[in-house]
Write a protein that binds this ligand. Structure first.
Ligand SMILES: [Ca+2]
Ligand SMILES: [Ca+2]
Length: 236
């Protein structure tokens, strides 16, 4: 048995068993928009296409996930993606919209860092990561969690916590039962970037996450990396 294949198979097995044990979904764009673990609804695409194991999108051509069986207020999601343009200076790129795309609030990249817009009008409230994590066409792994009991929302990039806050106003609750990725709201219309997504993983385990999650997340990232290398014709 080829060593790399065996390692990949082992990781895939670990990943599948860990995710399946938590009734999770994995959208890895392996030729389609389906949950490769079989239990979640198919993603809805808004103009992009599945190419070489990625969802490749133009501006505002993101994805919608129906949160079937997922608690809209208590969740754990991981996305691996890149933006072509990360918005140098004063410009936003929406990553996750929680509120049916009818408000300006939500999770953005802003001037190369992660920002949660908790309140966009009136007394504005922007929660910023101190770290510049975004660069053009550079994939990163974003994990967001929200605890339904405390309202604690936390965002990590590549395993490092970037920002957290108590979401007492419910701005990070998926209040229409849909998660929208890489699409702006109708309030501002044009805060988006073209880009590419390698996978979206949904883990419905309660927050705080189980101890196995770091392994799980790194396994997902490694699988995605292997897939990318394979797509690029590097390695096997
Ligand atoms: Ca916006
Ligand atoms: Ca993929």
């Amino acid at each position: 048995m080829d060593k790399h294949w065996a390692q990949g198979a082992l990781l895939a097995s670990l990943l599948a068993s860990s995710l399946a044990a938590n009734a999770a979904s994995l959208y890895d764009f392996n030729g389609n928009l389906d949950d490769s673990l079989g239990s979640g609804p198919t993603l809805v695409a808004h103009g992009g296409s599945v190419v070489g194991g990625n969802y490749v999108f133009g501006g505002n051509q993101g994805l919608t996930l129906e949160l079937s069986g997922v608690d809209a207020a208590s969740y754990d999601l991981t996305l691996r993606f890149s933006f072509e343009s990360v918005g140098a200076g004063v410009s936003w790129r929406k990553i996750v919209d929680f509120e049916g795309r009818d408000t300006d609030e939500g999770l953005y990249s802003f001037a190369s860092h992660l920002q949660f817009v908790e309140h966009a009008g009136g007394p504005q409230h922007f929660i910023d990561s101190p770290v510049s994590s975004f660069a053009p066409n550079q994939p990163l792994t974003l994990r967001i969690t929200r605890d339904g009991g405390s309202g604690l929302f936390t965002a990590f990039i590549n395993g490092i916590e970037e920002l957290s806050f108590i979401d007492s106003n419910g701005r990070a609750v998926f209040n229409t039962g849909k998660a929208n990725f890489f699409i702006d709201d109708i309030d501002t219309c044009c805060e988006f970037s073209a880009g590419s997504a390698e996978f979206i993983a949904v883990n419905v385990a309660p927050v705080p996450a189980p101890a196995s999650l770091p392994l799980l997340v790194s396994s997902v990232a490694l699988l995605a990396l292997r897939a990318r290398r394979r797509d690029a014709g590097i390695g096997a």
